[in-house]
Design a protein around this ligand. Structure first.
Ligand SMILES: Nc1ncnc2c1ncn2[C@@H]1O[C@H](COP(=O)(O)OP(=O)(O)OP(=O)(O)O)[C@@H](O)[C@H]1O
Ligand SMILES: [Mg+2]
Length: 172
């Protein structure tokens, strides 16, 4: 099973993803948490944040997921994921792929500005920011959409919503 969390910077991928991984590990320890940012460091930190660098990162993460998937390892992946092509690849190549879109209004993530990126981008001091100068194509066919502005609940409540959706899917 691959649970793929998509959302803008500040949408809560890491917050929800780490808690979801801990929650799912209560049932099976056979699970790896992959975070797009941490993987950049794993690859050696040389990738840029422009569209080309992001695509290399996206491809590597998807292919790593396939390797783990083939060995029966579950994955929770938290990835900004702006490439419809790699999302489609995931659905085709990963078994039991479950895509969760943390949909949050742009003004909420700008207000959170967890990395200081949006303010800098809006002030013209930072480029390559998704949602500002790099477009964010909304996922076309996610398995679950949750509003992570607080409207659909706290991060822990969102985790429970995802677990419930995963359980419902297994039993149908
Ligand atoms: N309902 C909510 N769901 C998720 N996050 C929330 C919610 N309410 C507040 N937050 C806060 O929003 C922030 C989300 O930041 P987080 O680093 O998880 O985002 P991210 O999607 O991983 O961003 P990045 O792509 O920059 O790594 C956290 O500070 C979190 O506590
Ligand atoms: Mg993150």
């Amino acid at each position: 099973m691959i649970v793929w969390l998509i959302g803008l910077s500040g949408a809560g991928k890491t917050t929800v993803g780490t808690r979801l991984a801990a929650r799912l590990r209560e049932e099976s320890a056979n699970l790896v948490y992959l975070d797009g940012d941490l993987l950049r460091e794993v690859w050696g930190g040389a990738l840029s944040h422009d569209v080309a660098g992001r695509e290399v990162n996206a491809e590597r993460i998807s292919r790593l997921c396939r390797m783990l998937d083939r060995q029966g390892v579950h994955v929770v992946a938290a990835v900004l994921s702006i490439f419809p092509r790699w999302r489609a690849w995931n659905r085709e190549n990963l078994s039991d792929y479950f895509e969760v879109f943390l949909d949050v209004p742009m003004d909420v993530v700008v207000e959170r500005d967890t990395r200081g990126l949006y303010r800098a981008a809006l002030d013209g001091e930072q480029s390559d920011v998704v949602g500002v100068d790099i477009p964010f194509p909304r996922p076309e066919d996610p398995d679950l959409v949750l509003d992570s502005s607080g409207r659909d609940g706290t991060p822990d409540e969102l985790v429970e919503r995802i677990v419930a959706a995963l359980t419902a899917r297994v039993t149908t």
